[in-house]
Design a protein around this ligand. Structure first.
Ligand code: F6R
Length: 608
């Protein structure tokens, strides 16, 4: 999604802004720009396409100055051209604005401002803000921004600079994240901590409704009535290494290989082997509250929705509590049955996904207790939920989610275990599951050790046009996730199905050119899936089978086999997802796709 960076301090702003933008590249964008105050006026440079184009524009026509704002844009209103790239200037060039989010009444404002004599130079909704600020300026930039925001409807994270009040950056947020980086005699603004981590670990997260003023001497935070607000300075706990490729060809590959560690980190200090349960300090729920849950609703989008499906089965299996999974985008506009005895779990890597956030707010409004299973510390969902579990998977830079998925399943397993042990799950069964969880990091490593063999399989299928992914029980969501990984990074059409559903339609697609990935570990439904593999083979489909032991029943049915270790049924999707991620990755690389920044995708989807 769009990215914002700002700098004010004693150094040249442009190189710091460009460095920050590069750190945000992973989020997805299609144009970029900077505005810097050069001592007399605001200078902007913008370019369609990648940041390297913007660097070219800056090399041809440099800008110097110690106050500036910058942006990477992911087009919503108007195509990704230079004229639509941010920052946007006011008619008299005195105000520059960068903006994440959507101004819903932009058309009305545009008409009003045009009638007042303002000339618009882009198709964007954002440009209305710069004209409004110019119109309302009366000696104080923050007052003009406050006045402008009173007229604006929609969501925003904005940064504003003005040549009429040049020693300031004014920022504000409503529905789009922003933080202040507190350096040594210098201040940064960013939509994501990665942008500024090279310069400071001290950050102030802004809340919705906050407005901040940064000057070379400090910063202040206030509300829309200009009343001061205290916001604490927090420390970012991860290192720069976490957001660098560290010798891997792509972030995605690095993140796939990190999973023995990240899965371990999700469990660290939480798993109690002896009692077959878990300790989850952050959920903020008493024993009584946990015992009084009538039903659970889990809501999420994309990959996180797939982990939710696994969580649903685990909670029902371990704790016998009726559980439903809902796409957040659907939940927010339905009239769901939610009561004060409903527990609503929201799952989100970024903690910023607009639909998921809105679904959580809706569940809260209806009285549910909300838990956020979130990776990004300090993100909006993590700040607004009633409690939660941080995944501790570290920053996920690759657009395709990998390590966050496995950590989400682990967090759900830990929670289901705790809930189960309070209710119906025996200590013996609890211990068995806890031990299986504990064994996962080594088991994942043993699958990663087969990466070269999986890369070879990818060679055979890089030119395929379609793929089917089939699994049953706990591995049906793994099939959905495998298909999503492949389609989003390789652009091969892929579908995931419960294996037995194949004969109700998709079987018509099977011929010698259709690869079918079966997730068939030796679990409770293994015998059932063997017949589905036979059905594919009988129609000359190509079979790639992920299984866990030598099985005479599979003889003659497998074109390519990938072995995963054995574990309890509910954890098989964690192990199965590793070869699925590797297969998708290698196929995409062999097709020449940009795996870390797939076309049309953004890392966190902060618009509806
Ligand atoms: C797929 C992927 C997306 C996200 C989805 C939700 O690889 O990354 O499907 O899972 O956009 O994002 P979060 O988890 O940040 O809410």
């Amino acid at each position: 999604m769009c990215g914002i960076v700002g700098y004010i301090g004693p150094k040249q702003a442009t190189p710091l802004l460009i460095e920050g933008l590069k750190r945000l590249e992973y989020r997805g964008y299609d144009s970029a720009g900077v505005a810097v105050y050069d001592g007399e006026s605001l200078e902007t440079r913008r370019a369609a396409g990648k940041i390297v184009k913007l660097e070219g524009a800056l090399a041809a026509d440099p800008v110097t100055g110690k106050v500036g704002i910058a942006h990477t844009r992911w087009a919503t209103h108007g195509p990704p051209t230079e004229r639509n790239a941010h920052p946007h200037l006011s008619s008299d060039d005195s105000v520059a604005v960068v903006h994440n989010g959507i101004i819903e009444n932009a058309d009305v404002l545009r008409k009003q401002l045009t009638a007042l004599g303002h000339t618009f130079r882009s198709d964007t909704d954002t440009e209305t803000i710069s004209h409004l600020v110019q119109e309302l300026y009366d000696g104080s930039l923050e007052e003009a921004v406050i006045g402008a925001l009173r007229k604006v409807e929609g969501t925003f994270g904005i940064a504003v600079v003005s040549s009429r009040d040049p020693q300031k950056i004014v920022a504000a947020r409503k529905g789009s994240p922003l933080l202040i980086g507190v350096g040594d005699g210098e201040y940064f603004l960013a939509s994501d901590a990665s942008a500024i981590l090279a310069h400071t670990r001290q950050v102030v997260y802004l809340d919705d409704g906050d407005l901040a003023v940064l000057t070379p001497d400090g910063y202040k935070v206030m509300d829309i009535n200009a009343s001061p607000i205290r916001r604490s300075v927090e420390r970012i706990e991860w290192d720069l290494e976490a957001i660098e490729r560290g010798g891997f060809d792509h972030f995605m590959l690095k993140e796939i290989f990190e999973q023995p560690t990240t899965v371990g980190n999700t469990m660290r200090g939480r798993l109690i082997l002896e009692d077959g349960t878990s300790k989850l300090g952050g959920i903020n729920m008493s024993h009584e509250q946990l015992m009084n849950i009538d039903n659970v609703v889990i809501t999420a989008c994309g990959t996180s929705w797939h982990s939710a499906l696994i969580g649903e089965m685990m909670i029902e299996d371990f704790a016998r509590i009726p559980t439903e999974v809902e796409y957040a985008s659907e939940f927010r506009y339905r009239n769901p049955i939610v009561t004060p005895r409903t527990l609503c779990i929201v799952i989100s890597q970024s903690g910023e996904t607009a639909d998921t956030l809105a679904a959580m707010r809706e569940a809260k409004r209806r009285g549910a207790h909300t838990l956020g299973f979130v990776n990004v510390v300090g993100s909006t969902i993590a700040r607004e939920d009633d409690g939660g579990i941080y995944l501790h998977a570290g920053p996920e830079i690759g657009v395709a989610s990998t390590k966050a998925f496995t950590s989400q399943v682990i967090a759900l397993a830990l929670f289901a275990l705790k809930l189960g042990r309070k209710r119906t799950l025996s200590v013996m069964r609890g211990r068995e599951i806890a031990q299986a969880l504990d064994a996962l990091p080594k088991q994942i490593q043993s699958i990663l050790d087969q990466a070269a063999a999986i890369e070879k399989i990818a060679d055979s299928y890089k030119d395929a046009h379609n793929f089917l992914y089939l699994g049953r029980g706990y591995n049906f969501p793994a099939a959905l996730e495998g298909a999503l990984k492949l389609k989003e990074i390789s652009y091969i059409h892929a579908e995931g199905y419960p294996a037995a559903e194949m004969k109700h339609g998709p079987i018509a697609l099977i011929d010698e050119s259709m690869p079918v990935v079966f997730i068939a570990p030796h679990d409770a439904v293994f015998d059932k899936i063997v017949s589905n593999i036979q059905e594919v083979k009988a129609r000359h489909g190509k079979t790639i089978v992920i299984t866990s032991r030598d099985e005479p029943a599979l003889e003659g049915l497998i074109d390519h086999e990938i072995r995963i270790p054995e574990t309890v049924d509910m954890l098989t999707p964690v192990l199965a997802s590793i070869p699925l991620q590797l297969l998708a990755y290698y196929i995409a690389v062999k097709r020449g796709a940009n795996v870390d920044q797939p076309r049309n995708l953004a890392k966190s989807v902060t618009v509806e």
